[in-house]
Write a protein that binds this ligand. Sequence first.
Ligand code: UD1
Ligand code: CA
Length: 454
Amino acid sequence: MDIAILAAGKGTRMHSRLPKVLHPLAGRPLLAHVMETARRLEPRTLCVVYGHGGEQVPEAFAGCGALFVRQEPQLGTGHALAIALPRLHPAGVILVLYGDVPLIGEATLRRMLEGRADERLTLLTAEVDDPTGYGRIVRDSAGRVVRIVEHKDASARERSIREINTGILAAPARRLAQWLARLGTDNAQGEYYLTDVVKMAVEEGFPVATVQPGTVDEVLGVNSKRDLATLERCYQRRQAERLMAQGVTLLDPERIDVRGELICGREVVIDVGCVFEGNVVLGDHTRVGPYAILRDARIGAGVEILPYTLIEEAEVGNDCRIGPYARLRPGARLAEEVHIGNFVEVKNSEIGRASKANHLAYVGDATVGRDVNIGAGTITCNYDGAQKHRTVIEDDAFIGSDTQLVAPVKVGKGATLGAGTTLTRDAPAGKLTLSRAPQVTVENWKRPVKKRDK
Ligand code: UD1
Ligand code: CA
């Protein structure tokens, strides 16, 4: 079995320079969703027909192993498939998918390919309430498919048919080659209609079968930003259902966005408005507060992520408490029981077990030991305008509030830094180090007073 994905169309109603199939659904191009589903069917060849938007489509999928063939100009769906055909195996079955129909399900496609799919033309059709715009499935009095008529070519009577052509079909390559060679453009749109192969099959007495999708959203296409938003919600609802079926508590399944893969342990609770991007893992008993954003993050068990926290490319050990309003940037690696509080930013730093930075701090390019207390307003001055330097803070150190650690610098084990210190040389272990202008009190000083107008 080989797969052709038609994706050359313009997408006029998207009002965008980006080719339609590159618009993101759940953070990935529409076409990527179709390609992923296609791959699960293990086709011999996966061939994408592209056209509009120049080379952007093949460039977006460079190195993915699929074949890309260009259709220029775009003369209709029959023409598009005819261009892919020479690249596909001449003896097998060809499954035709669409780059703008992203939610098509693997199980539905498997049903289309069951049994002797090489001895019939299989159409995916659906009953819809409003068939406007779609090709209609015309059947005879015995219920056999006779042909497909496009909306623009249909009579009033045909337009009342509610069984529509989804466009997705499967047929033997040899037959398709013969039929496509005979297509004409004598129709309302002056295009080569792929759908005209149905009439040809019927005339030859070649069996035509129909299959229906598991759910109607599987065959919804994207033609506008509104369709895109509708499908995004369908997709997110499915993700939410999947998570809840696994035992995840979602405070509101309508208010979660998963743009990638979210893997959850047991007893995980996710509050409203959270966004998960890339690959995110949440360990057992972890709770994510409202409006947290997690991207490519590994979160351990028993972690509490408080509201409005942003975590990207970071690792958080078991029983940590992060947020509210915390930011973990790439390379932040937290051991167990670490507390990172409000307005604390951590970048490219390891933080040891049970260390705390609870308020207003910047910890960048640092190695922090265990049981360290980082006071409010502490800053690792890691950047000298040219190079980045590391700060090392050993176990049990206490960093007083409003301290600047001018890297490269080291704070020894059990050292204490007085509040307001600007540390430019290493602080020895076990001792108090501070840099502070001596405090003075000015005698006889008078606060200025405002002059009164006379
Ligand atoms: C097509 C079907 C119609 C079906 C509908 C489902 C035909 C003639 N009609 O109509 O029966 O109900 O889809 O949505 O097939 N494409 C190309 N190259 C082209 C033309 C189209 O790659 O030259 C691609 C488009 O990118 C799109 C798909 O084929 O993904 C469908 O094209 P579109 O023009 O939207 O077909 P419809 O008129 O909607
Ligand atoms: Ca369409």
